[in-house]
Design a protein around this ligand. Structure first.
Ligand SMILES: [Zn+2]
Length: 289
């Protein structure tokens, strides 16, 4: 059976900034656990977020580098979920009004669409101590992230890998992000469907090599299902690096209800033509070929 895969990517990239997205805690990698936190990034009652202008500038530059439109207004929302790595109980992110939208990247003559780029905050990091206990480090909590969402227009694992490499090259060239995967500076969720069927999402892949393996396994699994007369249904899976397989996480019915609503502590983000022109000048100055 010949199959036509359609692959889309959601790539989380940590932009280069001095401080976190909504407070003045240091944004570097690592540090002694729980030493780079404050009432704001821990979401303590009464603390108010203050938007980091450098992170906004980096997001606009990423949009320009990926051929996006930059709307004059974008909106932050609360995405509710309950997990120990997120002390507030919600993440501040963007949804229907992202900072950048409708981009395009050319890859060996083929145009790959970018649906949107969202500016959002990262969660803390859980450390599972061999079943004995779980520790949590909030140094990463509140670091800025750019979530770059592509259209499902990539046609093979090789093309998906080439796209991520091109993205990394552009973000590094313009000083937008270092994309250090070993530091969690670039993480990927991928989705894949065959022959126009339902898509399956694979969460939290942290290297291009594992992305290729996960996609090849998943395409093989779905093809086998179709060949046996079965149907693929929408689900979220994860990649098991040791066994080199994808594993079921949850079905559509089990998807969490995020209860999105506009973030009441942040006004809509307004960008003037001058703001966007200044970001473009910064790009031109860092473009040395
Ligand atoms: Zn802080």
């Amino acid at each position: 059976m010949t199959v036509q895969p359609r692959i889309g990517l959601e790539i989380h990239v940590r932009p280069v900034t001095k401080t976190k997205l909504f407070c003045t805690c240091e944004a570097g990698f690592g540090g002694r656990p729980n030493t780079r936190c404050c009432p704001r990034c821990l979401g303590l009652p009464g603390s108010m977020p203050k938007l980091n202008e450098q992170a906004v500038r980096q997001a606009v530059k990423a949009g320009l580098a990926l051929g996006c439109e930059i709307p004059s207004k974008s909106v932050f929302v609360r995405k509710g979920y309950s997990y120990p790595d997120l002390p507030k109980g919600y993440q501040i992110t963007q949804w229907e009004d992202p900072i950048c939208r409708d981009g395009r990247v050319e890859l060996s003559g083929k145009k790959i669409g970018i649906f949107r780029i969202q500016l959002e905050e990262d969660a803390g990091k859980m450390i599972h101590d061999r079943g004995a206990c779980t520790l949590v480090d909030y140094n990463r909590c509140g670091l800025p992230l750019l979530e770059i969402v592509t259209a499902p227009e990539l046609e093979s694992p090789e093309q998906a890998a080439a796209f991520v490499k091109e993205l990394i090259a552009r973000l590094r060239k313009y000083g937008i992000a270092e994309c250090r995967m070993e530091q969690g500076g670039l993480r990927m969720d991928v989705n894949v469907s065959l022959n126009g069927g339902e898509r399956v999402e694979i969460k939290n892949i942290n290297s291009i090599r594992f992305m290729g393996k996960a996609l090849r396994y998943e395409i093989g699994r779905q093809r086998e299902l179709l060949e046996q007369g079965g149907a693929v249904s929408y689900e979220t899976r994860r990649y098991d690096e040791r066994q080199e397989i994808t594993v079921h996480m949850r079905s559509k019915e089990q998807s969490p209800d995020y209860r999105f609503f506009p973030e009441p502590d942040l006004p809509p983000l307004l960008l003037s033509r001058e703001d966007i022109a200044a970001a473009r000048r910064e790009l031109d100055q860092t473009n040395h070929g």
